[in-house]
Design a protein around this ligand. Sequence first.
Ligand SMILES: *Cc1c(COP(=O)(O)O)cnc(C)c1O
Length: 357
Amino acid sequence: MTQDDPQAVVDLRSDTVTRPGPGMRAAMAGAEVGDDLFGEDPTVRALEERLAGLFGFPAALFVPSGVMANQIGLQLLVGPGEELVCEAEAHVLAHEEASPARYGGIQTRTVSAERGVLTAAALAGVVRRGNPYTLGTRAVEVEQTHTRAGGTVHPLETLHGIRELTARAGLAVHMDGARIWNAMAATGTSAAAYGATVDSLAVCLSKGLGAPVGSVLLLAAEHLPRARRLRHGLGGGMRQSGILAAAGLYALDHHVERVHEDHAHAGLLARGLRDAGFAVRPPETNIVLVEVPGAEAITARAAEEGVRVTAPGPDVVRLVTHLDVGGAACRRAVEVLVDVMTEHVREARLVAPAGHW
Ligand SMILES: *Cc1c(COP(=O)(O)O)cnc(C)c1O
């Protein structure tokens, strides 16, 4: 049953909810494997080489999750007692269990950027040079696309600006590119062009690309031995992981060219909700944010009607499109959400004390 089936639940909670189809499962079942801790899994190596080539990096490391890719990337660039600067709503701060502090001993300092998009101008006021009594900045982290801001894109020129500033200041740059595929589809910018703007890059295979597991960290060749040791220490050393890497290779062959469809579906959702009078932030990629009071209650009601969404804030409903939702499912989601939100807003008005609205 696909989500376009009128009876099916439409799951828009995240682009991580996709399930591997028969082609991907067949590729996994047929994968050639070896022990990757000995560096002997040919399918893992093929995936790493393919992504390194695509993004223009000399080395790559397959890891179980995006969190691990980010944490290894940050620890390679920033040591204990050193400082990382990132955007205030960054995934590495909000959703990674304080790992920069806990496992890396890293001090983080934040800057709030409009739509989560860091710029050289914003960073110029924050990064600082160290001296015997001032902790200097070691690296900057950017998120492409920015999840909590609603899948917003750092344009290539903006990244070039950040690169110039950081190069002048002697700082490294890590990119959390969990959804870089969405940025590529939205802008037509090549993988290599984005890759050239940073020192390390984490890309995800299990979000827009629909693999069951896996991220790849792209990095400098001299960092690879330490990256492998950090992965092992974090509990991410894997053995016959070619079975998982095969899903990633399949996704690269079959699921990259279609990412723009997710953006068309996000546009469809946004237009439907906006036309019904709701405050929708125009989606740049595959994430739609709706500003509406009572988001938790709306989420619960919509789930009863077979449409699953999330409430990242008390007044924000989030919808994420992906490989497993088509146009019909999105149209059904609009109908259900318009009904549920309209009813909720009307009820809230009835019970609000006089003058509250
Ligand atoms: C999902 C996500 C991650 C983490 O990926 P996991 O595979 O869930 O660990 C990191 N960064 C961003 C921006 C994400 O959206």
